[in-house]
Design a protein around this ligand. Structure first.
Ligand SMILES: [Zn+2]
Length: 333
């Protein structure tokens, strides 16, 4: 970091800590406090933003198509607003930009893919070069080719998209509906492992590509924070896959001593979307299931009397019951 740029932040953040220190041991203690404070502020900002996301998107069902671009813009705005307020720099453009530079990359995780919100250099409409966060193109969670034949695109749920390289056809649906074609999908744990590895690799690949750009940018321009490849615990990757959310990488916040500050934080929206319910005739009964119900997919759909024309979708159990459908005893919708 250049001396001039650190000076600004030094005054607002570090100076108060130094006032009460003097000795090495004290400095070490204050350094730890400062790092913990950054962790706390960043974790809170991510969780706040994710909470707001769940508030805004909570009413949506999978069938609806929300204006995702504005949803993700609000998400990152909430995140940075929290940081500006925590560091008391709201309204001060220079210091706000300084804070932004300490969080060079954010990853917005969606059901069927992810987008990086990262610092880039570009020419604006007036032809002036700007260096700031922009959304990069959304990418899918692409897995390795299975059985030399199937290219798989994963989602945060059990839904998969499959490209069959032999028949050149595209299939989609719950992974267990392809168990007869793809042996790896016969074992739930194996499927989850494949999915986790694929999503992780997709994001890491994208981050690696961005790192190259960032290095070039840092070498040629006024970026002062040196950004190193973030490592994320396996357990946190698993958590990241639970739901739509935000994964952020913070680096370079000023510290008093020792190693560079590095932190990542994850906020999951845990959006409880109202999954669609499916009503159907089975034997002589009218039943309804969650669309993810194993019993429905394994037994009902495969039964000889099943008529796909006859199925009906409901938004909630109340509507289904009103129509004379009884809840499936297996998935308890
Ligand atoms: Zn069921």
């Amino acid at each position: 970091m250049k001396p001039i740029s650190i000076a600004v932040v030094f005054v607002i953040i570090i100076l108060p800590f130094l006032f009460i220190t003097g000795q090495q041991a004290e400095i070490a203690k204050e350094d730890l406090k400062l790092r913990c404070y950054y962790d706390y502020v960043i974790d809170n900002a991510v969780q706040d933003a994710a909470f707001m996301l769940s508030q805004r998107a909570g009413q949506l069902t999978y069938g609806e198509n929300p204006d995702n671009s504005s949803l993700k813009d609000l998400l990152v705005k909430d995140f940075f607003d929290s940081l500006y307020y925590a560091f008391n720099v709201y309204g001060n453009k220079t210091l706000m930009a300084r804070i932004e530079s300490y969080v060079p990359v954010l990853v917005y995780l969606e059901w069927d893919g992810f987008s990086l919100y990262a610092i880039k250099s570009f020419k604006n409409e007036q032809g002036i070069t700007e260096v700031r966060h922009v959304w990069l193109t959304k990418k899918h969670y692409v897995g390795e080719v299975l059985d030399d034949r199937y290219s798989i695109r994963y989602t945060l749920s059990d839904h998969v998209y499959i490209y069959d390289r032999v028949s050149h056809s595209v299939l989609e649906g719950n992974y267990y509906s392809f168990q007869d074609r793809i042996p790896s999908f016969n074992d739930q744990q194996k499927f989850y492992d494949l999915k986790l590895a694929s999503i992780r690799r997709s994001i890491e690949k994208e981050l690696e590509m961005y790192m190259e750009e960032y290095k070039e940018l840092a070498g040629s321009r006024r970026l002062s924070v040196d950004f190193s490849f973030p490592s994320v615990d396996q357990g946190d990757w698993k958590r990241a896959l639970e739901d739509q959310g935000l994964l952020i990488f913070a680096q370079g916040f000023p510290v008093l001593r020792g190693q560079k500050y590095e932190h990542y934080a994850l906020g999951c929206a845990r959006i409880v979307r109202r999954a669609l319910l499916v009503g159907y005739h089975y034997d002589i009964r009218k039943l309804f299931c969650k669309t993810s119900c194993d019993f429905y997919h394994r037994e009902v759909e495969a039964s000889p009397g099943f008529d796909a024309e006859n199925i009906i979708y409901f938004n909630n159990a109340y509507d289904a019951a009103s129509d004379g459908f009884s809840p499936c005893p297996k998935c308890r919708p």
